[in-house]
Design a protein around this ligand. Structure first.
Ligand SMILES: CC(O)(O)NCCCCN
Ligand SMILES: [Zn+2]
Length: 697
């Protein structure tokens, strides 16, 4: 199991800048890189990383994506006069050249490759490359949008060629569309043949027998400010209906933001309702992130309102894929306050620190819902997890697109603020909260004959007089059973330690998981406002538990009775119960995650019901995903005889990545229907469950 987080940075990449007046390029300054690195140093994050040296990408590596003539032309720029540089720049859009930019562009691309090497050779688990110039706009024979070489596209090709990586997921959370990446992989003759489609011919009828077991594929996901094609680069092919070509259909996913001001809720709903379901189905071997932070609040380009701590969560949600192999490469980010904060949030998550709680999430705004629905509808024919998406009706979709090419321009909606007022509106946001690591990362309460997993701290059972007195009046029948009392009072004191952040998470083997859960829930201290209880497997949970919203129960099983549903008592009934991986993950990603984020609990209690049938890999994925909530304070309760679950559960609570699920088959129709039915019923209560705009008030 690889450990460690790589950090790649060299101040050489700060040594180029704009040498003439160009309003479009003046925001791309060297300080972007230096303030980001200095913030990592100041916050003690840089020296917790494995420092990997930069190197220049070779010609051959650059030619994986770019044409020979383009490379040869760029090679000449170091020797150009200022006039020649201006002249050379004119052929491209929104980019500038400098005598030292070629060297820096080779270092930026080379940094991405160093990162891929470190992760694929398992010298580290994941990492981040702080580079300049960015890459995702540059095309085969063109520079664009401050980009010279396409760092991440080169890294994807390099990973496939050198390490035989079959499936690469590229997530581009920069606020601009990385058209360079889209072009590179949408018509790549070698690369994108889809999810291993098998095409057989037949010798006898003289047709070539060829098996295109082509698992080589690159799935590119990008969200970007679009405003119905009004925003740079104003491309028709940046819209949601660009899904990839021929064999690549379904492997290009564009989520256009048609309004500015998008918030954390908008970003999370796109992750939960599009990216994650598809990513789990795709089952990548490697995740590359075009980590642009102009999608953060305060950025002059993005004009969005998502706070820097959102990147802690986006990073964490992707770390459960590809066995944790994640390479983040800096793209954009132009606000010199939110950029370093966002970089620190990202690196701190890569290092495995507890996640910050995201406060007052609501639902996605109407415009985001329209884009979400259009995208899910455009992609549903390619992805089982989206198969049963309701198609947009004209009524609830008002997307209009100004076809600049056709010269057909619809009346522009008047925005209440003029362009200049909007820009001048100074955004303010809180400094992201500290994310201290508790002295004990994971604790265990186990029978004496069960070994405590490495890294875990055993909490010896003892009777806490104060606790017991309160327990006794609740658990009369246990009063005589000394062991049960000891266990329950130890669990209660364990939760108290979590509240004080002395302990991160805990796991326990108990005689009766439901009783233990009830006891914990009834005895958490009053300043623990909300407890999320996730029950996996069949079993009756007393419905009075979710009183006054202090407790939210979500049960996934095969016998849940649906009529009991309420806002705080949700039971998902899966035909084949918890052993059906794709149905289970559909429920986790499409229901549990959104509701969990909106509920924002202070404690998570994960209960593994007896004979739940849930398989280890899915159990580990769930345990890992639940770390998103309550600053990682999860208490896992399992039945005494399930000793074999102790090790796997502990490894996740200690920060190991969950192993990847194999490529998910499409979920069963009944399960998707069950999840969809529940989603529709509950979305009035839980706005993050919405995926269509017909429900917004
Ligand atoms: C890397 C990037 O996506 O932030 N570049 C943005 C270029 C904007 C040009 N108007
Ligand atoms: Zn950008």
């Amino acid at each position: 199991m690889a450990h460690g987080t790589a950090l790649i940075y060299d101040e050489e990449m700060t040594k180029y800048k704009l040498l003439w007046v160009d309003p479009a390029c003046k925001i791309e300054v060297p300080e972007r890189l230096s303030v980001s690195y200095e913030a990592l140093v100041r916050n003690g994050l840089a020296d917790r990383c494995v420092s990997i040296p930069v190197r220049e990408a070779t010609d051959a590596e650059i030619l994986l994506v770019h044409s020979d003539e383009y490379l040869e032309a760029v090679k000449k720029t170091p020797y150009m006069t200022l006039e020649d540089l201006k002249e050379f720049t004119l052929q491209f859009g929104d980019v500038y050249f400098h005598p030292n930019i070629y060297r820096c562009a080779k270092l930026a691309a080379g940094s991405a490759l160093q990162l891929v090497d470190s992760v694929m050779m398992e010298r580290v688990r994941n990492g981040m490359a702080l580079v300049r110039p960015p890459g995702h706009h540059s095309m085969r024979s063109a520079a664009s949008g401050f980009c010279v070489f396409n760092n991440v596209a080169i890294a994807a090709r390099y990973a496939k060629q050198k390490y035989g990586v079959k499936r690469v997921l590229i997530v581009d959370w920069d606020i601009h569309h990385g058209q360079g990446v889209q072009y590179c992989f949408e018509d790549d003759p070698r690369g994108v043949f889809g999810k291993g489609r098998i095409i057989f011919g037949c010798l006898k009828c003289n047709i070539l027998v060829f098996v295109l077991f082509i698992f080589n594929s690159v799935l590119y996901f990008s969200w970007h400010r679009y405003e119905h094609q009004k925003f740079w680069p104003q491309l028709r092919e940046s819209d949601y209906d660009s899904v990839g070509k021929e064999k690549g259909a379904g492997f290009n996913i564009n989520l256009p933001w048609n309004q500015v001001g998008m918030e954390n809720s908008d970003y999370l709903s796109v992750f939960c309702h599009v990216l994650l379901p598809v990513a789990y189905e795709f089952c990548p071997d490697l995740v590359l992130v075009c980590a642009g932070f102009d999608s953060a609040i305060g950025d002059p380009e993005g004009e969005m309102c998502a706070t820097p701590d959102i990147f802690a969560h986006l990073t964490h949600l992707l770390m459960n894929l590809a066995g944790g192999r994640l390479c983040a490469v800096l793209e954009g980010g132009y606000n010199l306050t939110s950029l370093p904060q966002s970089v620190c949030q990202t690196v701190q998550t890569l290092l495995g620190d507890p996640l910050p709680q995201l406060a007052n999430l609501s639902g996605p705004c109407r415009s985001a819902l329209e884009s979400l629905q259009c995208l899910r509808s455009a992609q549903k024919q390619y992805w089982g997890s989206l198969k049963h998406t309701a198609s947009p009706t004209a009524a609830n979709i008002s997307t209009k697109r100004i076809r600049i090419a056709e010269g057909e321009v619809e009346e522009e909606e008047k925005t209440e603020l003029g362009e200049e007022e909007k820009n001048s509106e100074e955004k303010v946001w809180h400094e992201p909260p500290k994310r201290p690591c508790p002295p004990i990362r994971a604790a265990s309460v186990l029978p004496d004959d069960v070994a405590c997993p490495d890294g875990c701290k055993r909490i010896t059972k003892d009777i806490h007089p104060l606790v017991v007195s309160r327990l006794k009046d609740h658990l009369v029948q246990e009063a005589e059973d000394g062991d049960a009392l000891a266990t329950f009072s130890t669990l209660v004191s364990l939760v108290q330690k979590m509240e004080k952040n002395e302990v991160g998470s805990g796991l326990a083997l108990v005689g009766d998981v439901i009783k233990a859960m009830m006891c914990v829930v009834q005895h958490v201290s009053p300043d623990l406002n909300r407890v999320l209880v996730v029950c996996v497997g069949n079993g009756k949970i007393p419905s009075h538990i979710s009183r006054d919203g202090k407790v939210l129960v979500l049960q996934i099983s095969s016998d849940a009775s649906e009529e009991q549903q309420s806002k705080h008592y949700i039971s998902v009934c899966l035909q084949k119960g918890c052993c059906n991986t794709s149905g289970f993950m559909q429920a986790v990603l499409g229901l549990l995650l959104p509701v969990g984020y909106e509920y924002n609990p202070d404690l998570v209690v994960l209960v593994r019901m007896p004979d739940s049938g849930v398989c280890d890999v899915v159990w580990k994925q769930l345990t890992g995903l639940l770390q998103s909530f309550a600053k990682g304070h999860t208490l896992v309760l399992m039945q005494e005889k399930e000793n074999s679950c102790v090790g796997p559960t502990a490894s996740i609570l200690l920060g190991d990545p969950a192993p990847p699920l194999e490529t998910l088959q499409a979920p069963d129709r009944e399960d998707v229907d069950a999840v969809e039915r529940l989603r529709r019923r509950l979305q009035a209560d839980w706005k993050l469950l919405q995926t269509t705009s017909e429900y917004t008030s």
